[in-house]
Design a protein around this ligand. Structure first.
Ligand code: ATP
Ligand code: MG
Length: 579
């Protein structure tokens, strides 16, 4: 197996170390991994780690990664989840070969292997109630009590298992159990249940089955069928590995298993302020606490996509997190760092005023009427008589070639309310009664001549003039300190801009009893902003840096050029430095 990729050589976590060792020993002809979601919800950030690991390893070592739906529990599963999972994996930038696999596609084989176990004396039908089974399993201190059916004859077991399949038992009236050791210190080996009766239509197999295999039985055997070499899962399955190996060994060559798959465990991804449990995320959706699985505050792939996160940023984050066996909580700001990095050189800049304050430029007509004679060398411009606007052609990015755009400059503009302070704090570099001059980004230097207050003493409008010699040029004989953004009042477009904070007010939402008590009431703020036309006219899903405000995406569901809607992806910067 070749491994020519130098980037790969730098990744040397314990799993890749094992794989290199296995390849050096010629243990496998090809590395085969799988990503095995249960289609009972949408994928979340934790799954992204598993996807990057499994698909990443296959790509790095010239192998294959299967997408396999672990669909052994039809009550909680549905086709919609399957479709979304497939979509999410592709969006993250990974490909599987052929059609996705389904554990349900192996039901007949798994049934045949269960018969093999019964015939070998390695499995029996238990007719105890589920409560009895649980109670008789014992505890760490107390050994388990054998079922009355534990030593039933093979022919009785075959008959009862057939009765299970024929629907002669109701839900919970019979189970098939592996016959291992009721005194094992590992509770997972105290005759685990491998089949249960469940009269329930399955999204793939319809009503063909009324017995369904348990995950711990179906998983190793699905791995064996697909000739998985390295079955990677999270640490909580470490105690299940002896049963994984037991099943593979018992079915073995006799059952046609050519090569035993092996399970390796790595630590789950945990991120502060973030829930990574499908069940709890589903509760947020079901109770309408969020607008859906794709609410931009959700740590689901669908939510993060709608939020504007990039696949590149998510993959970079997973690389930075790495793969270990140590449980830890990753700083959410590390995720934001990766996302921000992926956006800096790839997003067009634009101006959006979040809290509009009207500014009337009293010398506009006279200043721009001279635009032709004073035309700046550095800024291309065009007078539009119909709209009484001076259109300025400016680059979309300060140092990457992302094309140019036209920005309309008009007599009345908006600036942000926070850029004019009646009583500015120390070190404030923007407008105030004592600092009246400022550079308007992409256009002239502006000087405030008057502020107008409402009855409550709040500034509601500014009057100002522009210095006609300053289009793309510094004024003569003085320095202008700050630069602010602005938008034309007549040609700017009103837009809804959504800004987010953590959905939960606590670091560790997973440990809260009740999610309602830890919700952050400020997780969503909506601004009635005004944006320049180039932003409004963008396609849904387009990402931008709003100058001085942060990175934003045109909402994939609600955005239209006539009524633009943007979601904040991430702020411009914070103090976080990755190690
Ligand atoms: P959940 O608790 O959200 O339901 P799960 O593990 O039950 O998660 P599955 O659909 O069974 O969900 O997971 C598919 C794969 O993703 C498994 O291999 C699982 O180990 C892995 N996975 C799930 N959560 C995480 C996580 N937080 N970090 C890393 N891998 C994860
Ligand atoms: Mg699971």
């Amino acid at each position: 197996m070749t491994n020519a990729n130098t980037a790969t050589d730098q990744k040397n976590d314990f799993i890749r170390h094992i794989i290199r060792h296995d390849l050096a020993q010629n243990k496998y002809a090809k590395i085969v991994t799988r990503f095995p979601p249960e289609p009972n919800g949408y994928l979340h950030l934790g799954h992204v780690k598993s996807i990057c690991l499994n698909f990443g390893i296959a790509a790095e070592f010239g192998g294959v990664c299967n997408l396999r739906f672990d669909d052994t529990n039809p009550t909680a599963e549905k086709q919609d989840y399957i479709d979304n999972i497939e979509n999410d994996v592709k969006w993250l930038g990974f490909e599987w070969i052929g059609t996705p696999h389904h554990a349900s596609g192996y039901f007949e084989q798994l049934y045949t292997w269960a018969l093999q176990l019964i015939e070998q004396g390695d499995a029996y039908v238990d007719l105890q109630t589920l409560t009895q089974i649980r109670d008789n399993r014992g505890s760490f201190q107390i050994v388990g009590t054998p079922s009355p059916q534990r030593d039933a004859s093979i022919s009785d077991n075959l008959q009862r298992f057939d009765d299970m399949r024929q629907g002669k038992y109701g839900n919970g009236e019979a189970v098939l159990r592996a016959k291992i050791d009721m005194a094992s210190p590992n509770m997972n080996l105290r005759d685990p249940v491998i089949y249960r009766v469940l009269h329930q239509t399955h999204h793939q197999t319809g009503d063909a089955w009324c017995i369904y295999p348990m995950y711990d039985y179906a998983h190793p055997l699905s791995d064996a069928i697909e000739e998985i070499t390295h079955s990677l899962c999270t640490l909580e399955f470490e105690d299940h590995r002896p049963f994984y190996d037991w099943v593979i060994a018992k079915i073995g060559a006799k059952g046609g298993i050519k090569q035993a798959p092996h399970q390796y465990e790595f630590s789950r991804l945990n991120v502060d302020h973030t829930l990574t449990s499908k069940r709890k995320l589903k509760q947020l959706v079901d109770e309408g606490i969020v607008s859906g699985w794709d609410d931009p505050r959700m740590p689901t792939v669908a939510g993060m996509r709608r939020r504007g996160y990039t696949p590149e940023g998510l993959r970079d984050f997973c690389e930075r997190v790495g793969v270990t066996k140590a449980d830890s909580v990753v700083d959410f700001r590390m995720l934001e760092f990766s996302i921000r990095q992926s956006l800096d050189d790839t997003t067009a800049r634009g101006m959006a005023v979040m809290r509009p304050l009207k500014v009337t430029i009293t010398n506009f007509a006279e200043a721009v009427s001279e635009w032709q004679t004073l035309k700046s060398d550095s800024v291309q411009s065009r007078w539009d008589e119909g709209n009484k606007a001076l259109w300025l052609t400016q680059p979309n990015h300060p140092n990457v070639d992302l094309g140019m755009r036209d920005i309309p400059f008009t007599e009345v503009i908006y600036i942000d309310q926070t850029d004019y302070e009646l009583e500015p704090p120390q070190g404030y570099k923007r407008l105030s009664p004592s600092n009246t001059e400022i550079r308007l980004r992409n256009t002239y230097v502006l000087a405030v001549t008057e502020h107008i207050l409402d009855a409550a003493g709040k500034v509601i409008e500014l009057k100002a003039t522009i210095d006609k010699t300053t289009l793309g040029q510094n004024p003569e004989g003085r320095k202008v300190k700050g630069v602010i953004h602005w938008v034309s009042a007549s040609l700017g477009v009103p837009a809804i801009v959504r800004v987010y904070q953590h959905l939960f007010a606590v670091d560790d939402p997973a440990s809260a009893e009740d999610v309602h008590s830890i919700l952050n009431p400020n997780s969503l703020s909506e601004f009635k902003a005004v944006v320049e036309p180039s932003l409004a006219n963008s396609a849904a899903g387009s990402r931008f840096q709003f100058e001085r405000e942060g990175y934003f995406v045109a909402d994939s569901v609600e955005h239209t050029p006539d009524s633009p809607v943007f979601n904040q992806i991430v702020s411009l910067r914070d103090s976080y430095k990755p190690s």
